[in-house]
Design a protein around this ligand. Structure first.
Ligand code: NDP
Length: 275
């Protein structure tokens, strides 16, 4: 009941414009939290772009990531599944060593910080320190640490690229945020229980903006995305979008990122969201 019809019509017009934009294909992509939900959907769609030569899907329990295993067996060696708990520095370091070997002197073109959690804000009416801190850790601190650790590989890719262009095919960091993290667009939906999640995604947006400021000089692009409200374990069954519907558009438009999007916080159609 919130002018859905109008929104869809407007989106359709703008989508046509977006679809005219060229796509760029990075040689290598790494995605965190890729065993299920949006991370998995992105892996599946990126595999459809044959120009992407290497996809590193990281997850906490590769031995239980059956869906990734079956994608891997049909990937002609393009998909690698590597263990990484984004909240654990030792596991980040080990994953980094493995990815460094995989990408070699070409470096890593695109890092997608996707792993995330949604926990309650309060327990029996009392604001819960533990669940707030855990969300801040996984949704905002861990992306900063993963980015810092993988930055030398991303810088390598940026340096190797010929020419001056900044774009997703040269070197880029994409943080999977949420409109819930927008302070300017907080419309109050899911108010209360979502407070800690909102705080964690606002912090992630701040990190994205800061990274953009610091990494522009290396020609590394940084953008934050909201995938839409998606039917995953986190999004729940009442969400607007099927996983495939969101990740098909999201993957296609991540590959359209160019210098005009550097530093932006975007919905999956590349429309800017206010911070
Ligand atoms: P899911 O709960 O379906 O999946 C979350 C993924 O993150 C799982 O693969 C999970 O791994 C992984 N993960 C969580 N903690 C860690 C960790 N410490 N180390 C490594 N991996 C971890 O969520 P979605 O797919 O829906 O969400 C993906 C991203 O999209 C999140 O950042 C979320 O905030 C964001 N988002 C989602 C929306 C939605 O409607 N679904 C809307 C807006 C944003 P494991 O299986 O091991 O738990």
């Amino acid at each position: 009941n919130y002018k859905l019809q109008g929104n869809l019509e407007m989106r359709h017009e703008v989508d046509l414009e977006v679809e005219k934009r060229p796509q760029f294909v990075p040689k290598s992509i790494m995605i965190t939290g890729a065993n299920r939900g949006i991370g998995y959907g992105l892996v599946k769609h990126f595999l459809e772009y044959t120009g992407v030569k290497l996809i590193v899907a990281t997850c906490r329990l590769p031995e239980k990531a059956e869906k990734l295993s079956s994608l891997q067996s049909n990937s002609n060696g393009r998909l690698h599944v590597i263990m990484m708990d984004v909240d654990d520095d030792e596991s980040i370091n080990k994953a980094n060593e493995k990815v460094a070997q995989l990408v070699g002197p070409d470096g890593l073109n695109l890092l997608i910080n996707n792993a995330g959690i949604l926990l309650p804000y309060d327990v029996d009416g009392d604001i819960c320190r533990k669940t707030i801190l855990k969300q801040l850790e996984t949704n905002s601190v861990s992306p900063a640490i993963v980015t810092q650790k993988f930055l030398p590989l991303i810088k390598k890719a940026a340096e190797k690229f010929d020419g001056e262009d900044v774009g997703v095919n040269r070197a880029a960091i994409v943080n999977i945020s949420s409109t819930m993290g927008s302070i300017g667009k907080n419309d109050g939906c899911f108010t209360g229980p979502m407070t800690a999640y909102r705080m964690s995604k606002s912090a992630l947006n701040s990190f994205s903006r800061q990274s953009f400021m610091e990494l522009s000089m290396y020609k590394i692009l940084v953008a934050a995305f909201c995938p839409g409200w998606v039917r995953t374990d986190m999004g729940g069954e009442n969400a607007d979008l099927e996983l495939d519907e969101s990740t098909r558009v999201l993957s296609a438009n991540i590959l359209r990122l160019d210098s005009s999007n550097n530093g932006q916080y975007l919905d999956r159609f590349l429309h800017p969201i206010p911070n």
